[in-house]
Ligand binder design. Structure first.
Ligand code: ACO
Length: 321
């Protein structure tokens, strides 16, 4: 028997308001054609004032708990991956804990921007396997609309708000179920290529997203293809044994180029960027939940998660569902 973190349930939440490219084009100098051609994005959800990173995260968490057949009191660890916390402190994870009514447990945030969910999964996997908790809620939740410069058309058309959650449970298994490998990377010398131009210890403001789009694109394809190769080598499996890839949903061209580099057919890649745009740390768990709920991802499938974001940070995970 081997102690592994298994995927026990997933959930997601989206803000009530959905904005099409055409609607955006009435406020920003852009067009549906430009956005679809360069990114594949058609819609994004934008949070209303009463919808925050913590409330969206808690809504996604409730669904994931229900899917896992667990109560908030069963959870020993809550990790929220976010770059847009409700407050500088406390951690959004503690706010989610309060909304859920979960009693004393471990709760903290992880900041790795778009790859935050991969970082959070990797940390939870380690903590579950070393006995820190029996069940963990791993959440990616973002309200990026609050840190966008709505005058900057090169960035504001790319992002949306939302949350996704997964319950990971420690379980003794005698097969290859659960998280089989994770890999994380960071190269801080690229921190000026995708960043927010404010923060508590510099400007004392929240700031806005700034990005060198072409450089990000180039690094994303190289890094994601490379880390996918690493995790597959870790588990001794080849790309043709993958049932589903759930990539970070930044841009359809990045997803297509990465899949092509690995020889993965498009039919095995979960794509939601057209509906949600880039929801940063929420994008992978949101896409995972949709594919689980619509029956594409089934028990026994080999699933690979991958993401890259500001820092640069990037990572991947392989799991047998
Ligand atoms: N609408 C219309 N025109 C636009 C827009 C817009 N929203 N934004 C830029 N343009 C114009 C530019 O002004 C430029 O015009 P010009 O030629 O007259 O100067 C033209 O379009 C081309 O601009 P580029 O920036 O060169 O366009 P590019 O082909 O590089 O596409 C994009 C831009 C889509 C941002 C691309 O670089 C990209 O996808 N990069 C990856 C960035 C990304 O996905 N980041 C997400 C966060 S990181 C992550 O999650 C991995």
């Amino acid at each position: 028997m081997t102690l592994r973190a298994i995927l026990a349930g997933t959930g997601s939440a989206l803000p009530r308001t959905r904005v099409s490219n055409a609607e955006l084009a009435t406020r920003v100098d852009t067009s549906d054609e430009w956005i679809v051609e360069r990114t594949g994005i058609r819609f994004r959800h934008i949070a209303e004032p009463d919808e925050t990173t913590a409330t969206l995260g808690a809504d996604a968490a409730k669904q994931a708990l229900a899917a896992a057949g667990l109560e908030p009191a069963d959870i020993g660890l809550i990790i929220v991956a976010t770059a847009t916390p409700d407050n500088t402190f406390p951690a959004s994870a503690t706010k989610v804990q309060a909304i859920l009514g979960a009693p004393d447990c471990i709760a903290f945030d992880v900041a790795a921007v778009c790859s935050g969910f991969l970082y959070a999964v990797s940390v939870a996997d380690s903590m579950l396997r070393t006995g820190a908790a029996k069940h963990a809620l791993v959440i990616g939740s973002e309200t990026f609309s609050r840190i966008l410069d709505w005058e900057d058309r090169t960035t504001c058309v790319l992002f949306g708000d939302g949350a996704g959650a997964a319950v990971l449970s420690a379980k003794d298994v005698d097969d290859d179920q659960g998280i089989l490998a994770t890999r994380l990377h960071a190269e801080g010398q690229y921190c000026d290529m995708l960043y927010v131009d404010g923060g508590p210890s510099t400007t004392g403001t929240v700031g806005h997203v700034r990005m060198q789009g072409r450089e990000v694109f180039r690094h994303a394809v190289t890094n994601l293809a490379s880390v996918l190769g690493e995790v597959m080598a870790d588990v001794g499996l080849s790309a043709d044994q993958i049932d589903w890839v759930v990539p970070h949903q930044a841009n359809k061209r990045i997803i297509d180029a990465t899949a092509k580099k690995l020889g993965l057919p498009a039919e095995r890649v979960v794509l939601t960027v057209d509906q949600h745009a880039n929801t940063s740390a929420a994008s992978v768990p949101l896409a995972l939940d949709l594919a689980v709920r619509d029956g594409r991802i089934k028990r026994g499938d080999l699933v690979v998660l991958e993401a890259m974001g500001g820092g640069f940070t990037w990572g991947a995970a392989v799991l047998r569902v």
